[in-house]
Structures are given as C-alpha cells and as structure tokens.
Design a protein around this ligand. Structure first.
Ligand SMILES: *Cc1c(COP(=O)(O)O)cnc(C)c1O
Length: 381
C-alpha cells in the first residue's frame, strides 16, 4: 500500500495564516521570547473561550503545573483527579510533592463521577478531615465533564476547582445555568494543550485561563522564571521557563483563526461515524450527555465483546494491519506502577471503559472515503 493509505488518529490541520505568520516571525527575527504573537494569541484565546485572562505556556503539562502552584498545592496536600485520564493530568500534582486521589469514571460520560467527588468532600466535612487543596476536573476526549455539582461542592468547602481542558477546546455546556459557556472557564483555573495531536496545535504549547487578575499576573510571572522588572535578574520566588515562543504563538494564532472550521469538520466526521455504526452490533458511538456540546477530539467507540463477537484489541489489530491508526483509551492511572500506592476511589468503571473503548481516526482532515474504509473494517465487511 502507498503512504497515502495511512490514516492517522488525530493530526494537525494547518491552514489559514499559518505560513504567513511564521514567515513574519522569520522576517522580523522574533522567533523566541520577544515579539507580538504571544500577546495576540493570548488575547484572541481569552476572547474565544470567554475568560478575562489567558496566559500562554510551553505545554499543557506546564499549564497544569502552574495551575497547581496557583492553587497553592504543596507537599502534604491532596488533589482529587480522575483515574481515567492522560498521565499529564496527574503528574503536576506529584511535581508539587502533593498526593493525587484518583476518582473513578462514570459510565455516562467517561469523565470522573461527580457523585464520588461530592461524597468525598461531604464525608471529609462531616468527619472533620482535611479537604483536598484542589479538585481537578478533566474534560475527557472533548466531552464536557458534569461540573455543576462539583463546582457547588468545591464552593461549599473552599476547595479550588481546576479544569484540565487539554482535549476539549471549543466544547461547551448546553442549557441550564452554564448554557453556552466554554469548558475551561467554569473553575478558578482552566488549562489547555496545543500539542500536535490536540484540537489546535502550536507544535507544542498550552494555555492557562482565569478570570482572576492576581492569578493571571502570578501565572505569567511563574512561567517567566519569576523574574522581577529591571535588568538585574532578581527573582522573588522559584519560577519556571514555561513561556511560549513567538514562533509557537504565531502558529497557535493561525490555528485559532481556523478553529471554527476544525470543529465543524470534527462534528461532521462524528455524525458520519454515527450513521456508519448504526446497526453495527456491539459497537456503540461515544457517550454523549444532553447538557454538553462535545468536540470529538477523539471519536471513541465502546466495543461490547458479547454483542460484537469481537473485542477492542482484535478490532484495533484489524485496523492497524491496514495502516489505520486506532488506539485504546488512556490506561487508568491506578493500574500503572508509578501510581500503585495512590488511593483510588473505586476504579472499576474506568477499568471496564479501558478494556472496551477504541479511538478511531478523528482528524479534522479526515475524508469521507477514509471514514468509509474504517467503517467497512469495523463492520467486518
Ligand atoms: C494532552 C493532555 C495534557 C498535556 O498536554 P501537553 O501539551 O501534551 O503537555 C494534559 N491533560 C490531558 C487530559 C491531555 O490529553
């Protein structure tokens, strides 16, 4: 088969002003920490998601690490975080010397079960135990997490709410008090990723969003080595080299300008997969809640071994044999060696989702013909 036959999982969709903006960086010689694109990208991003401030970072992981610092997470603290997520949701808690408490998924959205989070906070309040320093909600695969009850419980108990929206740029809430609001703007701090496989890319990059001016200023400070004004290289705390380069921001801004197109394409792809899977026995489309407008960062199906007569691993192998990239969902954190000592609040739902879920090619650039190839193989035709 030719190279053209390969179908990737989630590839960059480079369009619009990408080339012109990168060219401008080269022409002006602003390729590093100086230049106009970081400010422009931050302003455009904040306007798009509807937060007061946006602070660009070197990666989504860096954004989450700074978020932990902003929330005051330190040694001896605990942070509630889903067990069914990418490892970068969890590691920044450990970078701070704090302890993640891993929360099981709910079957309805595959995000952390809000009831388990609320129960944990209420139980701690009743029994006089120390509350976690933060709750980190993850909007997995582009589907908004059921955040209303979690936000209310965090408010009641003075716990900082952080959103890991790395996979979910453009996802919104529908109906109710949050109608139209973007993920990443509900909690105190939101974090996004612009890695190459995410909804938009800077090559590598991330963003912190907040409505709190003091937090925004401190976030900028921490990402730039906590350097004080003046030329003497004085630093008032231990910071990081987590800033985004002008080059990366130029690409990011061009991507933000075509985000509407990217999201429309992903939605159309999802609808086409939905139709193609209707009637396929034991292959269910991704979970969807009525109160969320997901982005289908990954279109991930549930493979029921009994009903489908196959399983996730066999289907994945069938696709990969034909150079179609398909992948399992993230391994639950509590099942991996470096995290084995952590407390998990249940975990069975996450383990079941992991055993059955299969992510299909989901790039914005995916064509109808490519989707047909995937669907034929899935249906065993
Ligand atoms: C990708 C991702 C991150 C980390 O983003 P990077 O930019 O790759 O550092 C964090 N959390 C989740 C859920 C992710 O999918």
């Amino acid at each position: 088969m030719s190279e053209d036959d390969r179908i990737g999982l989630s590839e960059p969709y480079l369009a619009g002003n990408a080339r012109a903006y990168l060219e401008e960086c080269l022409t002006t010689n602003f390729v590093s920490s100086v230049g106009p694109f970081v400010d422009r990208f931050e302003r455009a991003f904040a306007d798009y998601v509807g937060s007061r401030f946006a602070i660009a970072c070197a990666s989504g992981t860096a954004a989450l690490h700074v978020a932990m610092r902003l929330a005051g997470v330190e040694a001896g603290d605990e942070v509630l975080v889903p067990t069914l997520t990418f490892v970068a949701s969890v590691n920044p808690i450990i970078y701070q010397g704090a302890t993640p408490v891993l929360v099981d998924a709910e079957a309805t959205t595959w995000n952390a079960d809000p009831a388990l989070i609320v129960d944990e906070l209420e139980l701690r309040a009743r029994t006089g135990r120390r509350q976690p320093k933060a709750v980190e909600v993850v909007h997995l695969l582009g589907h908004p997490a059921d955040i209303v009850p979690v936000a209310a419980a965090c408010d009641r108990h003075g716990v900082t709410l952080i959103e890991d929206a790395a996979e979910a740029l453009g996802a919104r809430y529908v109906g109710g008090a949050l109608d139209g609001r973007h993920v990443g703007t509900i909690g105190k701090i939101g974090c996004f990723s612009f890695n190459g496989n995410k909804i938009i890319t800077c090559g590598a990059g991330g963003m912190i969003t907040t409505d709190d001016e003091a937090l925004a200023r401190r976030a900028k400070h921490l990402t730039t080595q906590a350097r004080m004004p003046g030329i003497e290289y004085r630093h008032d705390e231990v910071g990081y080299n987590y800033r985004l380069s002008n080059l990366s921001a130029a690409l990011g801004l061009s991507q933000l300008e075509v985000l509407g197109d990217i999201l429309a394409r992903r939605k159309q792809n999802a609808a086409r997969y939905d139709r193609g899977l209707a009637g396929a026995r034991g292959l269910a489309p991704p979970p969807r809640a009525a109160w969320g407008a997901p982005t289908f960062w990954l279109y991930t199906i549930d493979v029921d071994p009994a009903a489908s007569g196959t399983d996730r691993t066999a289907l994945m192998a069938r696709l990969r044999e034909r150079r179609i990239e398909a992948r399992p969902i993230w391994s639950p954190i509590h099942t991996m060696q470096p995290y084995a000592g952590l407390r998990a609040i249940r975990g069975q739902v996450a383990e079941t989702v992991f055993a059955r879920a299969l992510s299909l090619p989901s790039s914005a650039s995916l064509t109808a013909a490519q989707q047909d190839r995937v669907l034929l193989l899935l249906r065993g035709e």
